[in-house]
Write a protein that binds this ligand. Structure first.
Ligand code: DC
Length: 227
């Protein structure tokens, strides 16, 4: 690939396939993939474990400096996995308990500043794909390629249910639907960096695209943005 390395920002609602696309792109292009949602989830996990009340600013302020987040490459899967204070927490952060609290935690200004500063530092060298809710608007406003993803709400519920059910057979589809609706609502309506499409983002609705079709389409955008 002779094109220059660029920054790719992917934003969108919960469970519309952002991380799948980001992973596909990172593998195909040899870029780093950073899941910014995993960072908010890991912070939430820390708060839950340490009994931090997100509504108590003093508790939040004192807790943040105790949190060290890093990513390590899993050689087998090729995925980058998140560590919270050197403990691998990729599975723990997918628990429903974390999903239920994460939007509340991610709405806190201090938490966002803490995470965004680290995300921007990771993106310094370009050659990065990052997905989240504010990547094209706040974290990398100058990204060469910004994608805003969406998919039919029922398809998103089904995808998330199928992802969570194997490790949580007691889960009902209704619980998943409620959680997604609530998270979308909080993520879109919060004061701090709400989810919105950047003016220069390209829209990708993948409701009826296969993974291969999606990748093919976006690789054309990458080639244009990198030329
Ligand atoms: O992508 P995800 O579902 O793992 O994200 C978890 C939560 O974190 C989501 O409800 C919104 C929040 N988030 C955010 O506010 N900003 C980001 N850049 C990424 C995620």
């Amino acid at each position: 690939m002779t094109h220059r390395k660029i920054t790719i920002a992917i934003d969108g609602y919960s469970s519309c396939g952002k991380s799948t696309l980001a992973r596909q792109l990172a593998r195909h292009l040899g870029y780093r993939y950073i899941d910014s949602g995993a960072m908010y989830r890991a912070i939430t996990l820390y708060f839950i474990r340490s009994g931090i009340d997100p509504q108590q600013p003093q508790q939040v302020q004192e807790a943040l400096p105790q949190i060290h987040l890093s990513f390590a490459l899993n050689e087998q899967s090729g995925d980058s996995e998140i560590l919270l204070n050197d403990e691998l927490v990729s599975h723990a952060i997918r628990e429903m308990l974390v999903a239920e609290k994460v939007s509340e935690v991610a709405a806190i200004r201090e938490v966002r500043h803490f995470a965004v500063a680290q995300q921007q530092a990771m993106g310094k060298g370009r050659g990065i794909v990052m997905d989240g809710r504010d990547i094209g608007t706040v974290v990398f406003p100058h990204a060469e390629l910004k994608i805003f993803m969406n998919a039919d709400p029922e398809i998103r519920v089904k995808r998330r249910f199928e992802e969570l059910f194997p490790s949580n057979p007691a889960l009902s589809i209704e619980e998943v639907r409620k959680n997604l609706e609530l998270r979308d609502y909080i993520d879109t309506n919060r004061d701090e960096s709400p989810l919105r499409k950047a003016d220069d983002a390209l829209i990708l609705d993948n409701s009826s695209l296969t993974r291969e079709e999606q990748l093919e389409k976006v690789l054309k955008w990458v080639a244009q943005a990198a030329s």
